[in-house]
Design a protein around this ligand. Structure first.
Ligand SMILES: C[S@@+](CC[C@H](N)C(=O)[O-])C[C@H]1O[C@@H](n2cnc3c(N)ncnc32)[C@H](O)[C@@H]1O
Length: 259
């Protein structure tokens, strides 16, 4: 029997825990084919055999596949709404000890941004950010908390001055008091158990890669994860089409309340 994408998907699931059936097929297949070509392999079978032998290649595959682009303070207008409207709403409802889940946090830019904004309004001890991603390589990077000048270039200066130490002309390190607010954990949104009792979930720029059914399932689980009237903050190219059916109500563009 010829070995093609269906066989490759099954093998990848066994090797990496990533179920490619739950990702949009056309987009993923094209991406993987481009990688196989770039790395100089003959096709799916040849590439899979190489990944089994070579952990570094397997990690390259996972990181490439999962598209890790992120940025501090990505889409500033939404972070302004987060600060001016969402934080006061949540502290009024649930008190001044807040848990936020940054789901699919990539290189850490997003959870650190969340903690920086919260720290303008709450003491560090009252800020709990759970930061998760499926990709162990990016989580390692995120935990280190060392960033290039370029990646922090869009951050408001007050955050850069307050929460980073300049290591040299091109490198900045996150300060420990901020880092302590964040708990990094490996987590697969399509497989693992979700946290409980979370005030706000920030999940941006990942469900766009999932099939519609997988996406709805993720939103249903987010509903169970949130405290009553908790908030889900999604990406700027995303929209929940029928929020009521999933137990949500839009409160602002890109912000939904659990109902
Ligand atoms: C484009 S980044 C988004 C980063 C950040 N949320 C942002 O908007 O800047 C997408 C992230 O989703 C992660 N990812 C992909 N599939 C996942 C899954 N099934 N479970 C958890 N994370 C996943 C990738 O590893 C990647 O770091």
């Amino acid at each position: 029997m010829a070995y093609d994408y269906p066989e490759f998907k099954k093998d990848v699931y066994k090797l990496t825990d990533i179920n490619l059936d739950l990702y949009k097929e056309r987009q993923m297949k094209r991406r993987i084919e481009a990688l196989i070509d770039r790395e100089g392999y003959k096709g799916f079978e040849d590439f899979f055999a190489a990944m089994k032998r070579d952990t570094a290649l397997k990690n390259t595959f996972v990181t490439y596949l999962t598209i890790n682009v992120s940025q501090f303070y990505r889409n500033p207008t939404q972070w302004e709404i987060f600060e001016k409207d969402i934080i006061p709403y949540i502290t009024k409802k649930h008190g001044k000890d807040i848990t936020v889940w940054s789901a699919a946090c990539s290189t850490g830019d997003e959870p650190y941004t969340i903690a920086m904004i919260l720290s303008k309004h709450l003491p560090f001890n009252n800020i709990h950010v759970i930061a998760t991603d499926i990709d162990e390589e990016v989580m390692k990077f995120a935990k280190e908390g060392v960033y290039s000048k370029k990646s922090v270039s869009d951050l408001p200066k007050e955050f850069l001055d307050k929460h980073f130490t300049k290591l040299d002309d091109r490198t900045f390190k996150i300060n420990d008091d901020l880092k302590k607010c964040i708990q990094f954990k490996k987590h697969n949104l399509l497989k693992d158990e979700y946290p409980k009792n979370v005030d706000i979930i920030v999940c941006r720029n990942v469900v766009i890669y999932f099939t519609d059914d997988a996406k709805d399932e993720v939103y249903r689980k987010f509903h169970d994860t949130l405290k009553d009237e908790g908030i889900l903050f999604i990406g700027s190219t995303e929209q929940i089409i029928k929020p009521k059916e999933l137990g949500f109500e839009a409160v602002k563009t890109f912000f939904y309340k659990k109902i």
